[in-house]
Ligand binder design. Structure first.
Ligand code: PCA
Length: 185
């Protein structure tokens, strides 16, 4: 059976819970459109999150990868368009505090998820959604950059930020997954 790797994150900074953790745990081993979902939680560390993601992709050989993160200052679901080659910002959960550090050698990578179709499908289901043109420079951007450098346009892969206290958050993510599957099968 085809596989979707779905990642979320642990709590970080002042966020005592991270809704993406509950979503991936709830969807782990469920089936959407004949794809099994592998839900995994990443640490909020620049180095550890990227290493765990790389190991998961090697181990699971997924057909689709969707990484989720919490955007505590947003009010809409935002599929990210682009990841940039920069780590900066607040300290991670290990206290690592990079300042304007590169991740790799490529300036940026674009999402290979069907981000326009995902926004349309979410809006049709009554969710507020919008494409975001920046995933920031914190751990989410670094994970998206790492993900797209590994998958290298060979499969649908990308990152979706969700706002805090999103009603029916699991349904929203199911729509993102089903839309992505629908675009490739
Ligand atoms: N959001 C953070 C990191 C973990 C998460 O859920 C971010 O947007 O970078």
């Amino acid at each position: 059976m085809k596989k979707v790797l779905l990642t979320g994150f642990e709590p970080f900074l002042s966020n005592k819970t991270n809704p993406t953790m509950a979503i991936v745990q709830a969807l782990n081993h469920t089936i959407i459109k004949e794809h099994i979902i592998i839900g995994e939680v990443l640490p909020v560390t620049f180095t550890g999150a990227r290493a765990k993601l790389r190991a998961l992709i090697e181990q699971e050989q997924p057909d689709i990868v969707i990484a989720l993160g919490l955007a505590s200052n947003r009010t809409t679901i935002t599929p990210e368009r682009v990841a940039i080659n920069c780590m900066d910002g607040a300290p991670d959960n290990e206290g690592y505090f990079p300042q304007n550090e590169p991740i790799g050698n490529t300036a940026a990578y674009f999402s290979t998820l069907p981000i326009y179709q995902i926004v349309d499908a979410l809006e049709q289901a009554g969710f507020k959604a919008k494409i975001s043109n920046t995933a920031g420079t914190y751990v989410c951007n670094a994970v998206m950059y790492e993900l797209l450098s590994i998958t290298n346009e060979q499969l649908p892969a990308g990152f979706i930020h969700i706002p805090p206290a999103l009603t029916n958050q699991q349904q929203a993510i199911e729509i993102c997954i089903a839309t992505t599957i629908g675009e490739i099968t």
